[in-house]
Design a binder for this molecule. Structure first.
Ligand code: FAD
Length: 318
């Protein structure tokens, strides 16, 4: 079932979903199941699986020269999605990127999903590869997520890249896109970012999932601004419980989001990461409860591959 259909079917009740990462190459898929199993009793209607693009590494050769290697450290997004749908009968939502994909790669990726019965995707641009400062699209790829949304919608209308194909079958993807309550790091302003967010919706995106935030007011203000701009699709808040002290610096650096002073003080006063984890859980519970009170459609948790703190939150919230 599509994410938007799950929301309609919930009839105003808040749903719970979460995002997982594929395991590092070399790990068994059981490591994914071990993290999912404890959350299944809460019946998530859908689970997102992130996509991780290639990275460049340099390996020293016998002659002392460095050889550039292209590696994908977390492959397996499509396989994990198929396994989730098969094992748990829960809808899986693979993320798909512009980065590292030509339009042809994108089309073939979508055909695989369609054949596997996966009809939800989150369409994203992706970040720059780790060794580069700015995002670079493939020569035959997309520069912005809105162009990727356009291609997915084309496929939903039976329009393939090869327009000589006759009687081509239509896909039926429900498309999510990213939104940033504190603006995307490269956007010159929030207004400009929302302008381009609206473009993604115009091209056919069905809903928005937000970047993590730790102050609900930022989300409420963002939703208000989006509505003023005429964006009417569901805006699903993304929440992440803090679990280590060094995230105080890592999260603002990596995701360009602010942490409220009160949360910072609480974390700083913790003696160890066990205490930080508890602070993170309590903070996330209180964020979740307020969001539910305001009638938001889905609470979406960034699990980062660890389900135990998410389970503690869900138990208290739902
Ligand atoms: P876009 O919507 O293309 O926007 C990128 C920037 O360009 C923004 O600043 C926007 O304002 C600007 N812009 C957009 N269109 C135009 C235009 N036509 N002209 C000029 N400027 C424009 N990354 C991964 O690698 N894998 C994942 O699985 C993943 N999942 C994510 C899930 C969520 C919910 C979120 C919020 C992010 C996720 N990301 C993931 C990170 C995401 O790929 C990065 O934040 C990326 O830098 C931007 O992606 P986007 O889809 O928002 O890009």
């Amino acid at each position: 079932m599509k994410v938007t259909e799950h929301i309609k079917k919930a009839n105003g009740n808040t749903l719970f979903s979460f995002e997982i990462l594929p395991p590092l190459k070399g790990q068994h898929i059981q490591s994914v199941f071990d993290n999912l199993d404890p959350l299944m009793e809460f019946k998530p209607p859908f689970i997102d699986v992130t996509y991780h693009r290639e990275e460049y590494t340099y390996k020293e050769q016998e002659n002392g020269l460095l050889k550039k290697q292209v590696v994908k450290k977390r492959p397996g997004t499509v396989g994990i999605c198929a396994a989730i749908q098969n094992k748990y009968q829960v809808d899986a939502v693979p993320h798909i990127l512009c980065g590292g994909f030509t339009k042809e790669d994108t089309e073939n990726f979508l055909i695989d999903l369609d054949f596997l019965g996966i009809n939800n995707v989150v369409a994203l641009r992706g970040d720059a590869v780790k060794s580069e400062t700015y995002f670079k699209a493939e020569k035959e790829g997309h520069k912005y997520a809105s162009d990727l949304v356009n291609q997915i919608q084309d496929l939903n209308n039976g329009l393939y890249l090869d327009d000589a194909l006759l009687n081509s079958s239509k896909t039926d993807f429900c498309i999510g896109v990213a939104g940033y309550p504190e603006k995307h790091m490269e956007a010159p302003s929030l207004d400009s970012d929302i302008h381009f967010l609206k473009k993604k919706i115009k091209k056919g995106a069905d809903y928005i999932v937000t970047q993590m935030f730790f102050d609900n007011q930022k989300y409420f203000d963002f939703v208000e601004k989006c509505r003023e701009e005429g964006i009417t699709v569901p805006i699903i808040p993304g929440l992440k419980p803090l679990s280590t002290k060094n995230q105080l610096n890592l999260i603002p650096h990596r995701f360009k989001v602010d942490l409220p002073d009160e949360l910072i003080k609480e974390v700083v006063s913790c003696n160890d990461n066990k205490a930080v984890r508890q602070v993170g859980i309590e903070w996330c519970i209180s964020q979740s409860k307020e969001l539910i009170q305001k009638g938001i459609p889905v609470l979406h948790y960034y699990s980062m591959g660890k389900s135990s703190n998410i389970k503690e939150i869900i138990k208290k919230v739902f």
